[in-house]
Design a protein around this ligand. Structure first.
Ligand code: ZN
Ligand code: ZN
Ligand code: FE
Length: 760
């Protein structure tokens, strides 16, 4: 048979993931001659062989790339037969514009796990074992192209044995940049609370003894203790100055996790994935200390994702609290010196090592809702992989403030930063700024415009305005809508139902439950929840009884509210009078149509949560207590047309809700009925708007669209009316996903301005 040749160019995540050895093995198997190399654009292959062999080779190449690889573009052309005698991996080319993507960190693979547990193996018990299929990536990368000298592994010259693995194309560690062994790699150390090195103790022993350990993990420090030791858990909670927010745990393995949580096949798949995020699971109530996750029926669980974690599960340990290493609202600590100064008062011991964490990366959080995985916090394991979008000019989108992320675009790719936390905290903000600088360099991006939210108080906005670039301002909920469309790979006009906490509206009021018809270019507000005053402004967020008072005052007046003052546990009649005075005088009472505040008001009036200690707490706890067996109808409500816009009035809902509370109907039942009501409000509004919509697609976004009960109710009702609900999966529905929406809107508007026409 005659020989043929093919030139194959592959782009995507194809470096640092064992791609060339994979190509090499495949070539040998199919008797292909030629070469493979890395270049600035990705991987280049010259393949010669008989036509059937070539076909098989290319088919397998595309169908079964290594686990961590992701092929985003490929080009295959006929080439000239050169008559190569064998197949080789040749030296990398360093040319042209960088297009190679930085791989995210990947959880320990089964092969490395086996080696770490195998007595006699040279990596037995070694906490930094990794291979081309797993291990640290983004968190240790200091520069590009991704090569050992440009990582924090540069200080660890490989021993002859590791070096041999590294250079052997058939070895699993061929060009594994962080390759290491006990001979040559990073080492663990234990320090006491005063920073003195201690010997003769092991971390599992210390954990079994009820100690709290600060553990240097992959993307930052964790605070760790035995999750089944109530005293340790309580001590950790008071030390962290975090009164209510649930702690995440790490289970020894999936079997152990099942003892404490119900796990679906989908959830198991995510737990065991290379991303290995925290998965929010329904908890089995028994045996768990109350302080672990007060007020909720769920538990955030992850599995050991590095050998270091695996090694903690000895001495009978099976469930560890694994919460981010920080005090109250400060950022996750990832530098050793910060750990020793900031965590000293809370950690009894420090488990540290000498491999530097260069890029902070929090644990990601995922929840399966309506049988679909939704990402709540996007960081370790996912960042810095891009989301594909229509090609557009490069922009820098600054995101929101509460769950800070930014988004940089290049061509048809949108790169979201990892979750940076609340940017109101100056440490978070400084890291956000530093990370933006790094990502621009890593990705070689030169934005043409900056995109910001309308909220004048956002630090991200202020920073954006200082960048000396053309500024594009995007309304908060328009960005949520665009984010959901982009997440679903769409760019057409659709209705967005945005259920959210706080976002600045174009009329100067605080929006939050919005029905926006729009695309990446523009939007129209078709309907929204009625406006109510927020007595005391931000105070109405932390003290949700204020919102309850506001709703009752709006609908039934002052006298009714005062008569109902017995319903306001924890608020005296005097305080209620002050609030009424504020509302009536219009002092510090911004108007809001927020969905979050409506949830807060119901939660507070039911006595579920009257003081909000972490964002969304009142709504989360309201969802948690909802009666799972409820299947009745919701409370009544009205849709009122006003100047071409539909307004949802909650007056009738409140009347019946108050009656239920007075009758002593259990809070769980009222909560479930309230959730149903909000879902029915959404369905009824969509139905009423039907004739004005270009399609049946409805994009669901905003922080409240992480409420499982709400989303499942809304999706069910919309499907019954033959709408197609679109939910988030790759970026969060909350403000962590805002920057993606801003980026695609900004890209469209920058396109129009620069006269290069519309995207298609
Ligand atoms: Zn591995
Ligand atoms: Zn070695
Ligand atoms: Fe928002």
């Amino acid at each position: 048979m005659p020989m043929e040749a093919r030139r194959i160019e592959i782009k995507g995540v194809v470096q640092g993931v064992g791609f060339r050895p994979f190509v090499y093995r495949l070539a040998k198997k199919n008797k292909i001659k030629g070469w493979v190399l890395n270049n600035a654009r990705g991987v280049s292959i010259h393949a010669e062989g008989e036509s059937d062999a070539l076909r098989m080779f290319i088919e397998e190449l595309m169908a079964r790339p290594p686990g961590q690889a992701s092929i985003m573009e490929q080009r295959i052309e006929r080439g000239d037969v050169k008559g190569f005698g064998d197949f080789r991996i040749v030296e990398s080319e360093d040319d042209g514009e960088r297009e190679v993507l930085i791989p995210p960190d990947a959880a320990m693979c089964p092969k490395c796990r086996r080696e770490v547990l195998e007595e006699g193996n040279r990596r037995f018990g070694y906490a930094f074992t990794n291979c081309t299929g797993c291990g640290p990536r983004f968190t240790i990368i200091k520069g590009v192209p991704y090569d050992r000298p440009k990582t924090t592994m540069a200080n660890f010259p490989m021993c002859p044995e590791c070096d041999r693995e590294y250079h052997d194309p058939l070895n699993r560690r061929f060009h594994a940049q962080p390759n290491a062994c006990p001979e040559c790699g990073p080492q663990l150390k234990i320090h006491d609370g005063c920073g003195r090195a201690v010997s003769g103790v092991s971390a599992p022993e210390l954990l079994a003894g009820g100690n709290i350990l600060a553990v240097k993990s992959l993307g930052g420090y964790h605070l760790v203790c035995d999750a089944l030791n109530p005293v340790a858990v309580k001590r950790l909670r008071s030390g962290k100055k975090r009164e209510a927010k649930p702690f995440a745990v790490m289970a020894k393995d999936i079997k152990t996790a099942r003892k404490y949580c119900r796990i679906s096949p989908e959830e198991e798949k995510i737990l065991k994935s290379a991303q290995a995020p925290i998965v929010i699971l329904p908890r089995i109530q028994e045996n768990l200390p109350l302080d672990l996750a007060p007020g909720v029926k769920t538990l955030g669980v992850m599995l050991p994702y590095t050998p270091l974690h695996l090694l903690l599960f000895k001495e009978g340990m099976e469930l560890l609290v694994m919460t981010s290493g920080n005090i109250s609202s400060n950022p996750l600590v990832y530098r050793d010196e910060d750990a020793f100064s900031e965590l000293r008062d809370i950690a009894d011991y420090f488990l540290v090592h000498n491999r530097e964490i260069y890029n902070r990366c929090d644990d990601s959080v995922v929840r399966v809702i309506n049988n679909k995985a939704q990402i709540f916090r996007r960081a370790r394991g996912y960042v810095p992989l891009p989301v594909e979008i229509p090609r557009q000019p490069s922009v820098l989108a600054c995101g929101g403030d509460l769950k800070g992320t930014f988004c940089l675009t290049k061509g048809g790719r949108a790169f979201l930063s990892q979750h940076m936390g609340d940017l109101d905290n100056c440490k978070n903000f400084n890291e956000y700024v530093q990370t933006a600088q790094r990502m621009k360099e890593y990705l070689d991006i030169h934005p043409e415009a900056v995109v910001v939210d309308l909220h004048p108080g956002y630090s991200s906005r202020r920073w954006g305005l200082e960048q000396g670039m053309p500024v594009i301002q995007v309304q908060h909920h328009h960005a949520h809508l665009a984010s959901c469309l982009a997440d679903n790979g769409l760019c057409e006009k659709a209705l967005g139902v945005i259920c959210d906490g706080t976002g600045m509206g174009t009329d100067g009021h605080i929006w939050g439950m919005e029905f926006l018809l729009g695309d990446f270019a523009a939007f129209e507000r078709l309907a929204h929840l009625e406006y109510v005053p927020m007595p005391g402004g931000e105070r109405a967020v932390s003290e949700p009884l204020r919102m309850a008072a506001s709703y009752l005052h709006k609908h039934f007046g002052k006298d009714y509210l005062l008569k109902a003052s017995h319903l306001f546990f924890g608020l005296s009649r005097k305080e209620l009078e002050v609030i009424i005075g504020q509302i009536e005088a219009g002092i510090n009472t911004p108007l809001t149509s927020s969905c979050g505040r409506l949830f807060d008001a119901v939660s507070a009036l039911l006595g579920v949560c009257t003081r909000v200690l972490y964002e969304g707490q009142a709504a989360i706890e309201l969802e948690e207590i909802a009666d799972a067996d409820f299947n009745g109808a919701g409370y009544p409500f009205d849709l009122e047309a006003s100047g071409g816009v539909l307004i949802i009035s909650t007056k009738k809902m409140w009347r019946e809700c108050i009656a239920d509370i007075s009758k002593g109907i259990p809070a769980g039942q009222i909560s479930a009925r309230f959730h149903r009501t909000v879902a029915e409000m959404i369905a009824a509004t969509c139905r009423a708007l039907k004739d004005r919509l270009p399609s049946k697609k409805v994009a669901l976004s905003g922080g409240a669209m992480q409420n499982k009960l709400l989303v499942e109710n809304v999706a069910g009702l919309l499907e019954m009316e033959s709408f197609t609900p679109l939910v988030h999966s790759r970026v969060p529905a909350n403000d962590g996903g805002l920057s993606l929406g801003q980026a695609v809107i900004g890209g469209r508007l920058a396109n129009v301005r620069s006269g290069s026409g519309q995207n298609s």
